[in-house]
Design a protein around this ligand. Sequence first.
Ligand SMILES: [Zn+2]
Ligand SMILES: [Zn+2]
Length: 308
Amino acid sequence: MAQTLSAFTAPGRFWRGNLHTHSTRSDGVLAPEEVCRRYKAEGYDFLALTDHFIGQYGYPIVDTVPFRDADFTTIPGAELHSGAMANGELWHILAVGLPADFAPGNVPHFAPVAGQETGPEIAARAVAAGAFVAIAHPQWSGMTLADARSITAAHAVEIYNHGCAVGCDRADGFGIADLLLTEGRHLSMIATDDAHFSEPDHFGGWVMVKAAENTPEHLLAALKAGDFYSSQGPEIRSVRIEEKTVVVESSAVAAVIVQGAGSGAKAFHGQSMTRTVVPLDRLRGSPWVRVTVVDAAGKKAWSNPIMR
Ligand SMILES: [Zn+2]
Ligand SMILES: [Zn+2]
């Protein structure tokens, strides 16, 4: 039986947004209003400002409502920190759709403090408060698989972080995400900027969210449902699994790569491909399948996984 990702069948259209951004309310360079202005000018439909939710910045959940207009919306959020990972460093957890009264913990600065809430606990509290939660930049953090596994409340893994790509060439989250998928976790995958505007760390990776309206409520529901894909440029228009193939429709691309558990993967190369049929025989038995497309400039887009 054919399987299709709901992002490509749900009603509405795709809205382009960045889910991870900083401002002068924490360690970013630009004021919130200017950050919003730049994203709107770049053609984004929405933005989540996610400043560091720690005491030295006054636990900011920045009010971005004044920067919305008919063509641009914002989702309130924060990058949450509390407790130590296995390497002793503080957790970084992205929470989009936080209420303004989300309670601070005891996180005075960027180092763990004895007795404070753990990473899994603050992630679960954010989900309970209505947020879409993602495990941020696993490679940059030096996160172990056991660390990632412990954030049981997360909806998603940040699989591409543009700031980490530009700043330290540690952008990847797929290593961890693919292992969690193989363990049976249902997770979606987001590309973000993590922009601070302190270096060329903006407009490099985003989500395309399928929703009926460009409102925080519709966008959040679609994010939680996994109705989106991630991109650096190319568009994915459909991903359909048939009995022995995956059919991928996209903007003109030079490669379509299908990935599954373990070493399972199959690439198909060409020129200006817009409908690509990839045989699934190298992925037989994989409990999940996902797709990468690559354009002639090397820019990629990534589908969410299809669980089989
Ligand atoms: Zn971070
Ligand atoms: Zn960040």
